[in-house]
Design a protein around this ligand. Structure first.
Ligand SMILES: *Cc1c(COP(=O)(O)O)cnc(C)c1O
Length: 438
């Protein structure tokens, strides 16, 4: 993946407040912030975990609520965006954000359920090819799902799940992954961005290498969709899924997306359900399953229209801003933060470092900041100051300045807070154990 701005440099960088304000003055996306509800007295840098509510998303949710009120069951066909076509239409709306062609994207299910639905189709162990290649840094839910799918096929995950190792516990080497793509591998399934370190894998390269060896490949793009442009169709990715509540700002519990390359439209959805039926004939109520010949075929149940209706408004903002512009600003925000850390926080007594790869083309939308002893308590001290990052084991503070609603001033304030928390030993007030959700 070659972004024109793969080596974003901030001209005339210096760590002053004035410089932060200057970056904000030159920010072409600054107008979008006012369409979001920013929690009061808060610097919110956790949009990689749960994006914020926008007025647009609130409006589309209220519209659907009112449709239900006014139309009852007629909403399925008479809603402004008829609920019956909700999954397909939202999929079509989001297609350009991930480079999907007509019919290749549908808005349906949830990430982990979609992984099951997709892998049950694309993992077809046969002869010598029985293994799934994944990685040891993946999100646990993805690994649980892969193991379950291997067991469903009557095989042993201990033998058939091959996890690419990380040499540093933080990042993966794409070439080493490719070396594991042997003739025993039936499927490759990888994340786009590693949820902890923020490394962005080269999906185009991995797809090309898997295909050279005759192996289908799918991606979990939950940590990149809405922050990084994708070109699924051009790259030839076989399938993908991603949630909508991180950088896409759909809200908690909002549905996920399913991408199926059109060359696979005739494949059989194994977790079959009536919403995967050929649309025009679904209400024939035939007991003979005939799946839609597009990504819609992998839908299982009635769409959760009410809880996912936020997506329409949230997507409008992303489309209006433009995914390339979002990526550009996101890289500027994260580059700025990295430079602040390097220049003001990396030396004693601060001792912060970063495990996110430095090159723009190798990172997603967040920065993984580490501290040798006190990451957990520093994270708590940030929260006590109204700064919301999150913590991931064992020592990572994730900072995600979001292109649509964060400012350079906020990034500067986060760096200043980190400095003061260490200088004043503010973290010492907090316990050393972790809460249920950090
Ligand atoms: C966020 C995320 C999930 C979340 O799964 P849900 O089924 O939506 O709870 C799964 N995998 C990855 C890689 C993620 O980033």
């Amino acid at each position: 993946m070659n972004y024109p701005n793969s080596m974003i440099m901030l001209e005339g960088f210096n760590p002053t407040l004035d410089y932060a304000l200057k970056l904000d003055r030159n920010d072409k996306l600054s107008r979008f912030r006012e369409r979001f509800y920013i929690p009061e007295n808060t610097i919110y840098v956790d949009g990689n975990s749960l994006g914020l509510l926008s007025q647009d998303a609130e409006q589309s949710l209220l519209r659907v609520l009112n449709e239900w009120k006014a139309l009852g069951i007629r909403g399925w066909l008479e809603g402004q965006r008829p609920w019956f076509y909700f999954g397909e239409q939202i999929g079509e709306m989001a297609a350009d954000i991930v480079g999907a062609e007509k019919g290749e994207l549908v808005f349906s299910g949830t990430t982990t359920v979609n992984i099951h639905a997709l892998v049950s189709t694309f993992y077809q162990p046969a002869g010598k090819r029985t293994k799934i290649l994944a990685d040891e840094l993946n999100f646990p839910s993805d690994i649980y799902a892969l193991e379950g799918q291997i067991k469903i096929k009557g095989l042993d995950p201990k033998k058939e799940l091959l996890l690419a190792k990380s040499h540093d516990g933080r990042t993966l080497d794409e070439k080493a992954i490719v070396e594991l793509m042997t003739d025993e591998v039936a499927l490759v399934y990888l994340p786009s961005v590693l949820y902890a370190s923020g490394q962005l894998l080269d999906m185009e390269y991995l797809t090309a290498e898997a295909h050279k060896r005759g192996i289908p490949i799918g991606f979990d793009c939950s940590h990149s969709a809405g922050a990084v442009p994708h070109h699924f169709s051009r790259w030839g990715v076989d399938f993908a899924t991603f949630c909508s509540y991180k950088y896409l700002n759909g809200g908690p519990g909002c549905a996920a997306f399913i991408y199926i390359n059109k060359k696979h439209f005739d494949k059989e959805p194994m977790l079959a359900g009536w919403f995967g039926y050929v649309k025009e004939k679904q209400f024939d109520m035939s007991l003979q399953f005939e799946h839609a010949q597009n990504a819609g075929g992998w839908q299982i149940s009635s769409p959760g229209v009410l809880g996912s209706s936020t997506m329409e408004g949230a997507l409008q903002i992303t489309l209006e801003a433009g995914i390339e512009n979002i990526r550009q600003k996101s890289l500027m925000l994260t580059t700025y933060f990295m430079q602040l850390v390097e220049n003001t926080l990396s030396m004693p007594p601060f001792n912060f470092s970063m495990v996110t790869p430095p090159e723009a083309k190798n990172r997603g939308g967040h920065i993984a900041l580490t501290h040798p002893e006190e990451a957990l308590r520093i994270n708590e001290a940030l929260k006590a100051r109204g700064i919301i990052p999150d913590f991931r084991q064992p020592d990572i503070i994730r900072i995600a300045p979001i292109a649509l609603y964060n400012t350079f001033l906020e990034v500067w304030q986060v760096a200043k807070a980190l400095r003061e928390i260490v200088e004043n030993k503010e973290f010492e007030r907090f316990p050393t154990h972790r809460k249920a959700i950090s």
